[in-house]
Design a protein around this ligand. Structure first.
Ligand code: CDP
Ligand code: MG
Length: 698
């Protein structure tokens, strides 16, 4: 019988915990950042804005907030906020730091991301996504609860990071103005604690805001220039040598080349885990299946392979699998998107495979159309990727392209703000009371055409009035929803059409990648399974059918009083039988419950149109009228808003029927333009339901 101590924790467990704490203490002490703690804290005290540059793994994200906490930056209940471009980084780092503090997650250390908040009133070190902090600014424009805000991974230059930098500059300025209003000027070198009692016009106590911009690569200068010559400090990294290998010939199929390289390493190289960079969920999942097939052909005595995926839209607890150790004698193969470039550190990686591609947003400011394309990485990205192999010892990086190709890569990635639809950004800024978008102090200004185009789109969606002011209530409601403006509008419109329930499902399902999956070896079965859900009206209703069938399966096990775990198991089985991607579906269910909370708070009614699919299709038309396309005599389509020639993606249920007129949600560019997620509509509805855009011909 096991013996227990009075605390209810077995002595073995206690011993294990003590060992783990000891190990963590040692790890922390050995990080490059540990030796400069005093100096860093001093620099933060002296400078209102500080740029911190350091190699990935030097301890910036996990350690600096703890240093600041220990140095008293959370006195008076203030919070240190650290923003991340990616959800998974916010979650994993918060968990790690809570453990380092020997505290439960959600107490002193917590995270907050779009559909998941672990923080409490006690939280003083808060990791969050940059998008989330932007939303907080809607409610508290001075971000008054924060004493320090750390913008992490700033080199990624996501659109949220760029907007946040501009906003924080403004907030910092306002807060020091309020602080100065008391008649005292604050030289940079002073301790600001004496100003803690000042009140902003809203009656909230404010003190000057400390800003720290952290970046992995060496573009400190542009951040420093943007913040008026802010001081930059560099932290030495610890990097072992990495052997870089190129292919002799160009690879026509990088997925296949990745597969071959994985097994080459597995069979010929010594121990060490593999990290392969792919472009998205679909690629990762198909490679995962290919690996599993190939593993079965290995001789029985060969060591095992354990694959684990990691990409942003994977539910957090499944992302955590990539961090778990594997039994000895097993090789871990992590299949990741560029999420693993800098955001997260996965222990044990010795081999990196880099096909040199990345999925990126692209935007045509003239047509106002955003699309996803797969493009070559930048040099900075390729270097960052190879660096992941040398974290714990010497490593190897297999670049699946020729050395001459490397020289042709662009130096660094174009900031996302210059290649995406700005409607969301503009709406957020308007909601923050920033009216002059063209005059906004962006680190890199998007083109005037792009800004004007998004203003025009927001007027068409009814979010802005004709004189570019945020409309009330529509614009205000849209800004509050954590969704793309077109989806927010869809929810609001569906309330009028009494089909909010259906639209909520559609928006949730469209927020995740690939609901259906079709393994190569079971294409026919997968196709047959999908037939059960298919609607001849299009993909949106098909998605509603899938969601409802899944919900029914959960309901059934709920009625049988099944436990949470059993219910999940039943859903997993149902998904497998129906060739539905379980991970995606779970994510969609999460998103659904979150957005449902939002729309209910907004006072919208969860009404359903029942079997009246005409009504629902009319609603889809009213919501997505900007994305309408008409069939041309040659069987291709013309997008009405842009005049672009597009084709129906083979994954659509309308691929064969080719109706006269459709609305769509996504444009993908490969060899040609494909539209995905379509519904058949009556072209006459356009003029009727979106007269602001489609004038009727007399
Ligand atoms: O931000 P930076 O890349 O400089 O480093 P970090 O994220 O603070 O990570 C420092 C070290 O903490 C890593 O090298 C890991 O050893 C450890 N760490 C971990 O074990 N688990 C995490 N989720 C994050 C970090
Ligand atoms: Mg970091």
């Amino acid at each position: 019988m096991p013996s227990f101590s009075s605390s209810g924790v077995s002595p073995q467990k206690q011993q294990h915990n003590a060992r783990r704490r000891q190990l963590i203490r040692q790890q922390r002490k050995s990080l490059p950042i540990a030796s400069v703690e005093k100096r860093l804290v001093e620099e933060v005290r002296k400078n209102d804005t500080l740029i911190v540059v350091g190699e990935t793994g030097s301890g910036k994200t996990t350690q600096l907030p703890q240093f600041l906490y220990d140095a008293g930056f959370c006195q008076d209940g203030k919070v240190i906020g650290i923003t991340q471009p990616r959800r998974v980084a916010a979650v994993t780092v918060a968990k790690r730091v809570a453990e380092e503090c020997n505290d439960q997650l959600g107490k002193k250390v917590g995270y907050s991301i779009r559909f998941d908040d672990s923080t409490s009133n006690a939280t003083r070190i808060k990791y969050m996504t940059d998008g989330l902090l932007l939303r907080e600014a809607l409610l508290d424009p001075l971000l008054s609860k924060y004493s320090v805000i750390v913008v992490d991974e700033a080199h990624e230059r996501t659109v949220h990071t760029d907007v946040l930098l501009g906003l924080l500059k403004k907030v910092q300025h306002s807060r020091s103005v309020y602080a100065n209003k008391n008649g005292k000027i604050l030289p940079d070198t002073q301790d600001h604690s004496q100003y803690f009692t000042l009140k902003s016009p809203q009656g909230i106590k404010t003190d000057p805001l400390k800003l720290i911009i952290m970046s992995a690569s060496l573009d400190a200068k542009c951040f420093s220039d943007y913040f008026g010559g802010a001081k930059a400090v560099h932290i030495e990294g610890r990097q072992y040598p990495v052997d870089i290998l190129y292919t002799y010939q160009p690879e026509s199929d990088y997925l296949d080349a990745t597969l071959v390289t994985i097994f080459q390493i597995h069979l010929e190289e010594g121990p060490g885990d593999i990290l392969a960079f792919l472009t998205g969920q679909e690629e990762i999942e198909s490679l995962e299946r290919l690996i599993q097939e190939r593993v079965r052909q290995l001789p029985p005595q060969s060591s095992k392979i354990w694959t684990t995926p990691i990409y942003s839209s994977l539910p957090s607890e499944q992302q955590m699998n990539a961090f778990n150790p594997v039994p000895s004698g097993t090789r871990k193969v992590v299949l990741a998107t560029n999420i693993a470039e800098t955001s997260v550190t996965i222990p044990g990686i010795k081999y990196v495979i880099d096909p040199g591609m990345v999925k990126a947003r692209a935007y045509n400011p003239v047509t106002g159309m955003e699309s996803l394309i797969i493009i070559p990485v930048s040099k900075a990205q390729a270097l960052q990727r190879s660096g992941r192999a040398g974290r714990e010892g010497p490593g190897k990086c297999y670049r699946l392209f020729q050395e001459s190709e490397f020289d042709k890569l662009v130096d660094s990635t174009v900031p996302e703000i210059k290649r995406c639809n700005l409607a969301n950004v503009v709406l957020q800024l308007k909601a923050l009371g920033i009216d002059d978008i063209i005059g906004f102090d962006f680190m890199e200004k998007p083109s005037r055409t792009a800004i004007l185009k998004s203003l025009e789109q927001l007027i068409l969606l009814g979010a802005l009035t004709d004189d570019y002011k945020l409309s009330d209530p529509i614009g205000r409601q849209m800004a509050r929803l954590p969704l793309d403006p077109m989806y927010s509008k869809a929810l609001i419109v569906s309330n009028e059409f009494k089909c909010l329930e259906e639209m909520l499902i559609v928006v949730s399902m469209l927020s995740v990648e690939s609901i259906f999956f079709s393994p190569r070896e079971k294409l026919e079965e997968a196709r047959a399974a999908r037939k059960n859900f298919e609607s001849s009206e299009g993909d949106h209703i098909t998605l509603v059918n899938v969601y409802r069938a899944a919900a029914e399966c959960v309901e059934k096990s709920k009625n049988a009083n099944a436990k949470e775990k059993t219910m999940e198991k039943a859903l997993n089985r149902w998904c497998r039988e129906n060739f539905i991607n379980y991970r995606s579906l779970r994510h969609a269910r999460d998103v659904h419950s979150q957005i449902q909370g939002h729309v209910q708070q907004m006072g919208l009614n969860l009404s359903s149109c029942g079997d009246d699919m005409v009504s629902f299709r009319r609603c889809l038309t009213a919501a997505f009228f900007l994305n309408a396309a008409m069939r041309q005599p040659d069987g291709s389509y013309r997008a009405l808003a842009t005049g672009q020639s597009v084709h129906i993606h083979p994954s659509s249920v309308l691929f064969r029927t080719k109706p006269d007129c459709v609305v769509f949600n996504e444009l993908v560019r490969t060899s040609q333009n494909y539209v995905k997620n379509l519904t058949r509509i009556d072209p006459l509805w356009l003029a009727e339901l979106a007269p602001q855009y489609y004038a009727t011909e007399d």
